[in-house]
Design a protein around this ligand. Structure first.
Ligand code: F6P
Length: 325
């Protein structure tokens, strides 16, 4: 193997640059040439790429975002687009492609294998932490800290006014960010997809009332995962007001995707970037380089989107039982 490609795809995540740096350094140490594609798979289809050398990734480890740029790629949902991507990879004589992204990007990568003869490997990078085969995804730890920083600030003003707040966090269809941020922020309620069957406006209102009975007037924070309520946190705040619960809504949004990666994301990115290259040299194909129980390991790419990974149910139940006291 002499030449590998790399791209970042889907929602960018802090630590992707650290991962890219480790990949380029490991490739250099093994005398491999690296082509970095821009804007995710669009760069493969439109032939936007550049050779990456160690000096291109120097000083990148502490930067959020992704220097390769990221994007979602509509063409990869069509057979013509996938065939074009494969043809371009063959044309460029790439022996392997590394895809840093989430399970959606990995689905495209699995499709690509039908037409591309080289090796394909994924590295989990998304703030959502919803990829099977890795305890954590690159970017999750930073997004959690960013959400906590915001919620802690909201707590200050909520305390001062003894107010109720709804804080909406990202996470697409899973509640890792919502549950983790809710637990770590000491939120009084967590509304997340894992408890979707229990979503009930009257119950939400009753819980607030119970908390106030136990504690008197107090701040009260509800962390809600995006997609949990039609119209989001603003609509839920309006509907709660109809039930006599006055609350303010705050949507954290894309700030959760940015910022300097925390140490855990730099370390995870570095480990998986290095490991992916080493595993490619060993012949790895159609697998994801992830980390389970602190150990780097490979996992079938086709199974990364099976949604088997669970949020911490123990903590979630505990939170539900005690949060009104
Ligand atoms: O997958 C990462 C993520 O930030 C999700 O949490 C969120 O639902 C989505 O991407 C937002 O996507 P976009 O930036 O395209 O609006």
């Amino acid at each position: 193997m002499k030449r590998i490609g790399v791209l970042t795809s889907g929602g960018d995540a802090p630590g992707m640059n650290a991962c890219l740096r480790a990949l380029v350094l490991t490739a250099q140490a093994n005398k491999l040439e690296v082509f970095g594609f821009q804007h995710g798979f669009n760069g493969v289809i439109e032939l936007q790429y550049q050779t990456l050398l160690p000096y291109h990734v120097a000083g990148l480890i502490q930067n959020g975002g992704t220097v390769l740029k990221s994007a979602r790629c509509a063409a990869m949902h069509t057979e013509a687009g996938v065939k074009q991507a494969a043809a371009n990879l063959h044309e460029l004589k790439l022996d392997a492609l590394v895809v840093i992204g989430g399970d959606g990007s990995f689905r495209g990568t699995v499709e690509l294998a039908k037409f591309y003869q080289g090796q394909l490997i994924g590295i989990p990078g998304t703030i959502d932490n919803d990829v099977d085969g890795s305890d954590f995804t690159i970017g999750f730890a930073t997004a959690l800290d960013t959400a906590l920083d915001a919620i802690d600030k909201i707590r200050d003003t909520a305390d001062a006014f003894e107010r109720i707040f709804l804080v909406e966090v990202m996470g697409r269809h899973t509640g890792y960010l919502a549950v983790s941020a809710g637990i770590a922020a000491g939120a009084e309620q967590i509304i997340c997809p894992e408890l979707a069957s229990e979503l009930d406006l009257d119950k939400i209102a009753q819980h607030v009332e119970q908390a106030r009975k136990h504690r008197g007037n107090c701040s009260y924070i509800i962390v809600i995962a995006e997609t949990m309520y039609p119209g989001g946190a603003m609509a839920l705040a309006a509907d709660l007001e109809q039930r006599g619960i006055e609350c303010r809504a705050s949507i954290l949004g894309h700030i959760q995707r940015g910022g300097r990666p925390v140490g855990a994301d730099r370390i995870l990115g570095t480990k998986l970037g290095a490991y992916a290259v080493e595993q490619l040299l060993q012949g790895a194909h159609l697998v994801m380089a992830g980390e389970i129980n602190g150990q780097a390991g490979l996992y079938p790419l086709a199974l990364t989107g099976d949604k088997k990974k669970q949020v911490d149910r123990y903590l979630l139940r505990w939170q539900q039982q005690v949060a009104q006291y």
